[in-house]
Design a protein around this ligand. Structure first.
Ligand SMILES: Cc1ncc(COP(=O)(O)O)c(C=O)c1O
Length: 393
């Protein structure tokens, strides 16, 4: 981090303009509040309306470069390790649309994860790009789709040698992160750029308990939906392009503008600047507190010998207190696995409990045939104790 991340130039410029009570010969027509419905004024508060100003105001986003707006985006780029970052006022959806227009123009072949967000599909509809779908891993135990593997990316590119871009999602809506570094390598070997929809991971890379960010792992472009996890206002997000020169930043900038209103909302933009400052300065601490306690009840395959992706191998990244309760006769959580997990957590200095309840897998779910009222009560009690002790609730 080299730039002054403790500053928030756009927020500060907006605040100093709006609160010095200028005569407003510009939109929006509510003129900072007086022209708005009284109910709206009451509900939103005077300050929100005062800060709702148009684009194109000297000292905010017009004037000798870099304007405060330029500086706000540069700070975000610096923080995320990007060559360039754009503030998005139409969500990560706007980013997916722009990326498709830039990287998948009409007739161009791309590889895309089959369970991508609808905005990626909409982006391809808009751009006319031709997707070769790559299937995610499917977890039969959990009944959910995860991310794509590097091998799947490599195979999809072998079947579509003209594809110059690969679109993957990490983490998924369910929180499962992909091997982004492996996917980047597979894409780059085939001469394609890797784009990661990291809508659900704007906090990745800011604490050792969460995965590295997509750009840190070698992605060429990444989307972060700042409003989802990092505290900006709904509909605000960021698009980052890496230093790798596999994505044409100038063309992408044009597409970002094309998919945006000419009147981006100042409250959204200010909230992005503020959220960037918050995660830069307090992210480590906030994330440390967020992952203060973790519990798993009848969770399986937490410590599998000889599996290089087994969760217990990441024990040294755990900063939370951990409580794991398995069920007897559960093939996916055996005593051998419990022993392995226990020693990994002990070795990493993690405060933890690993135990077995005398009940069968699924004991806490009332409509399961294996439901066990005593075990259910015990697990609620254990969870409450864990939260009281570590979260203060
Ligand atoms: C993976 C993914 N990408 C993109 C989006 C779109 O984000 P936004 O709602 O910020 O437009 C979503 C929204 O849920 C998402 O889950």
């Amino acid at each position: 981090m080299q730039l002054p991340q403790q500053t928030a130039p756009y927020l500060e410029a907006l605040t100093s303009y709006a609160f010095r009570d200028p005569t407003r010969f510009h939109v929006p027509g509510h003129k900072g509040g007086p022209g708005a419905d009284a109910g709206l004024r009451h509900a939103m508060g005077e300050a929100a309306l005062t800060l709702d100003v148009a684009q194109g105001i000297e000292e905010i986003d017009v004037g000798p470069p870099p304007t405060p707006y330029d500086r706000a985006e540069t700070l975000a780029a610096d923080l995320y390790g990007a060559q360039q970052t754009w503030f998005l006022s139409n969500g990560a959806s706007q980013g997916n649309h722009a990326l498709c227009l830039a990287l998948a123009p009409e007739g161009a072949e791309v590889v895309a994860q089959r369970n991508s967000h609808g905005s990626l599909v909409d982006g391809l509809v808009l751009s006319g790009g031709v997707p070769h779908w790559v299937a995610p891993e499917y977890d039969d135990d959990l009944g959910m789709a995860h991310g794509v593997t590097p091998d799947a990316v490599a195979a999809a590119l072998a079947a579509a040698p003209d594809a110059r871009a690969v679109f993957v999602v990490s983490p998924t809506y369910y929180g499962m992160a992909a091997d982004v570094a492996g996917c980047a390598e597979a894409a780059h070997v085939a001469g394609a750029a890797l784009v990661v929809d990291q809508a659900w991971g704007p906090h990745f890379g800011f604490h050792r308990g969460v995965p590295r960010s997509a750009l840190q792992d070698g992605a060429d472009a990444a989307l972060t939906s700042t409003h989802k996890m990092v505290g900006s206002l709904t509909q605000s997000a960021m698009l980052h392009v890496g230093d790798t020169d596999r994505v044409d930043a100038e063309r992408l900038a044009r597409m970002v503008r094309l998919m945006r209103s000419t009147s981006p909302n100042s409250l959204l933009l200010a909230s992005l600047d503020a959220a960037r400052r918050q995660i830069a300065i307090h992210g480590q601490d906030l994330l440390g507190r967020t992952v203060a306690a973790a519990a798993s009840f009848h969770g399986g395959r937490l410590a599998v010998a000889d599996d290089p992706s087994s969760p217990h191998l990441s024990a040294d990244r755990i900063t939370a207190a951990v409580d794991v309760a398995g069920a007897i006769e559960d093939g996916s959580a055996t005593t051998e696995q419990a022993g392995l997990l226990d020693s990994a957590l002990t070795g990493a200095g993690v405060e933890h409990t690993v135990e077995f309840y005398p009940a069968h897998h699924g004991f806490a779910v009332p409509d399961n045939p294996t439901y066990d009222a005593a075990a259910e009560a015990r697990h609620w009690e254990a969870l409450g104790r864990l939260y009281r002790d570590h979260l203060g609730t």
